[in-house]
Design a protein around this ligand. Structure first.
Ligand code: WT7
Length: 631
């Protein structure tokens, strides 16, 4: 599909995508199967915002992920599943089997009263059934809203309510190393307070006891037995909603990022093939959970659109020991391995001995995603894992962009450690200064924006278009604002610095400081809190919380522990602060705004210069905080 096979072809594709974007994307889109071709390639307006791709085109993405491959690839593996426990049996689903299961489960959904346009919440572990559930939704035109299995019942409830989902697909529980974690029970708790009539479909995985509510809950395997495995795909408009995925921003409430069918398909299918230079027959392994965008685009849609074999792993990198990932790579002869810097740093810290028994010779391309990768981790990944022979693609993108935006193309464009490097064809990044002027000189840090639409970009935030406008299109009229800081070097290579808004990136997970603060404030003895990120050797960023209490706690350690538990309960363990300081006051401006800039500096350990503090109401407060940390 308009493949890029050398640097010259990259440059030609990029030039064409600038000079004639419609022609460029028309050619790419023609590689997919459309029931009806589009009438118009693109309509856009970044002020409203209103972006539409492939207008009038009709398709179903599952026909592109499944049906289209069956003739040639029917017996080839679509999914290889490696369980948490290395001694448990693996599972392999061929394209034929995956197709039949998706059709069958699509009928299960229909039998439960799900129609085109309905939102279905998927709260599941990393098992093949999560992919089946997502594709079954797409098959019948239902909109999936996958919620990461590590989120708490409160976070799950918020997402069910916001999307107005009336079906939840879940599992009895899942495994993480030595732990067995309930899921159905969490769904039960979440639904207690939801006023929308629900159906719950439960996949039996761990076999732990669950409480089935008659009339509401059905077992996956029982419902499947009764369903036919023939299901004609629903004809969708290119701009019909494919899924909603919640992500954190500066405000307290997560946003439901909306992606639509045609553009998302074209972009994820194209970028998967190009960035990893995927070759047919190869085994692709992306370690991301399907609860995040990386899982949607590069565990499910991108690979399946290309007829790839994708590996799904339920467990964790460090169990039973820190060689697990290398074991799995050798076991299945993985060719492309895509993971996050936090995993790389964690395994690097365990020492090189864990790698030594493994050949890793099958690897051809390695990739990184989710947060900036530091030089040391880059070098280790490249030399120890990739043996210096695998291109390392540092892929920059976001939930909102749907697919990889800035990244090397494996083996084709040059690598530069810590640089996401060059934009993919069709992507027009710019760096703006605080006044919204494009910075044209090199090596100057600014705000990363995109000035032209691409097919898989966010269309709206579910149920609240104004929020989408304000968040991404209002700061700099005419541009999509990413929320990231970046700079460009003399070769045009981009280096992503990190978030410039109130979002913390903890182990590649995006967490809004306001969400954590709201959770902390639920503790009975908390009056106010402020949360900032700080550099963390493994997680990239850790969460630091400054908390003002109502009355000085009798037992500080106990209060801090309780605060951590409240956050776990309201959001999930990923948002639990790493450090909590109980302080007497927070640095505020005269108008009462918390000066987070100062707290960030303190958290980074840089107390030499706080910049302009003329608006700071009580300078004493800052001294006291520094003292509290020293103690
Ligand atoms: C934020 C988006 C899309 C993948 C998973 C995260 C940061 C992502 C990189 C990278 C530096 C990166 C950015 C971005 N980020 N990839 N290669 N280098 N930073 O998706 O949860 O929507 O988070 O992750 O800060 O804005 P997300």
């Amino acid at each position: 599909m308009n493949d890029i096979r050398n640097f010259n072809e990259y440059q030609k594709a990029y030039q064409l995508s600038l000079a004639n974007p419609k022609k460029f994307w028309d050619e790419v889109a023609l590689n997919f199967y459309w029931r009806k071709k589009w009438d118009e390639t693109l309509q856009w307006d970044f002020i409203k915002p209103d972006v539409k791709w492939f207008l009038g085109g009709k398709l179903n993405i599952t026909e592109n992920c499944l049906d289209r491959h069956l003739d040639v690839l029917g017996d080839e593996p679509a999914i290889i599943w490696e369980p948490n426990h290395p001694d448990e049996p693996k599972r392999i689903l061929s394209y034929n089997e995956l197709y039949l299961q998706v059709c069958r489960f699509a009928n299960v959904l229909k039998n439960q009263g799900v129609y085109k346009g309905d939102r279905v919440c998927i709260y599941m572990p990393m098992v093949p059934e999560v992919v089946i559930a997502m594709l079954a939704c797409a098959r019948i035109g239902a909109v999936h809203s996958v919620v990461f299995g590590g989120f708490s019942s409160t976070a799950l409830r918020e997402r069910i309510e916001d999307a107005q989902s009336n079906v939840v697909i879940t599992s009895d529980g899942y495994y993480r190393g030595t732990k067995q974690i309930p899921m159905k029970q969490t769904v039960d708790e979440a639904l207690k307070q939801v006023n929308i009539e629900q159906k719950v479909i439960v996949f039996r995985h761990t076999g732990q006891p669950v409480n089935m509510i008659s009339g509401r809950d059905v077992w996956w395997h029982e419902a499947m037995q009764m369903a036919s495995n023939e299901c004609e795909a629903e004809e969708m408009d290119a701009e019909d909603m494919l899924f909603i995925l919640y992500t954190s921003g500066s405000t307290g409430k997560p946003k439901g990022v909306v992606h639509t069918t045609g553009g998302y398909m074209v972009y994820t299918g194209y970028t998967f093939k190009q960035v990893f230079q995927y070759r047919s027959g190869e085994v692709f392994w992306c370690t991301a959970d399907v609860g995040w965008i990386t899982g949607h685009s590069y565990v499910v849609y991108g690979p399946l659109l290309n007829g790839a074999t994708v590996l799904i792993f339920e467990g964790v990198p460090t169990w039973p020991d820190p060689s697990r990932l290398w074991q799995v790579i050798d076991k299945y002869k993985v060719n492309i391995f895509y993971t996050a810097p936090t995993a790389i740093r964690a395994l690097m810290a365990e020492g090189d001995d864990w790698l030594k028994p493994y050949s890793l010779q099958s690897l051809r391309v390695i990739g990184s995603v989710g947060e900036p990768i530091n030089q040391e981790a880059w070098e280790w990944f490249y030399h120890q894992v990739g043996k210096g022979k695998c291109p390392l693609v540092d892929t920059w993108w976001q939930t909102e962009t749907g697919g990889i935006m800035i990244s090397p193309i494996a083996g084709i464009t040059p690598l530069k450690p810590t640089y996401a490097s060059l934009p993919l064809p069709g992507i027009q990044p710019v760096i703006l200064d605080a006044d919204g002027k494009e910075i044209t000189e090199n090596e100057k840090e600014g705000l990363l924006c995109i000035k032209f639409p691409w097919p898989s970009m966010i269309r709206t935030t579910f149920g609240d278009h104004e929020r989408c406008r304000k968040n991404y299109f209002a700061a700099f009229p005419g541009y999509y604002f990413t929320g990231d800081g970046a700079r460009r070097d003399k070769d045009g290579f981009y280096r992503i610095i990190g978030r410039v808004d109130d979002v913390i990136n903890v182990s590649g997970h995006r967490i809004g400081t306001a969400e954590v603060e709201n959770a902390i404030n639920e503790h009975e003895n908390v009056v106010e809190s402020a949360v900032v990120g700080y550099p963390h050797p493994i997680k990239g960023q850790g969460i630091m919380a400054f908390v003002i209490c109502n009355h000085p706690p009798d037992d500080e350690a106990k209060t801090k522990k309780e605060i951590g538990e409240v956050v776990t309960q309201i959001i999930g363990p990923i948002a639990r602060p790493d450090k909590i300081y109980i302080v007497e006051g927070l640095p505020k401006t005269r108008s009462g705004k918390i000066m987070r800039r100062i707290l960030r500096k303190i958290a980074e350990g840089d107390i030499s210069n706080f910049g302009d503090t003329s608006t700071l109401l009580e300078p004493e407060v800052v001294k006291k905080i520094i003292q509290a940390i020293k103690n």
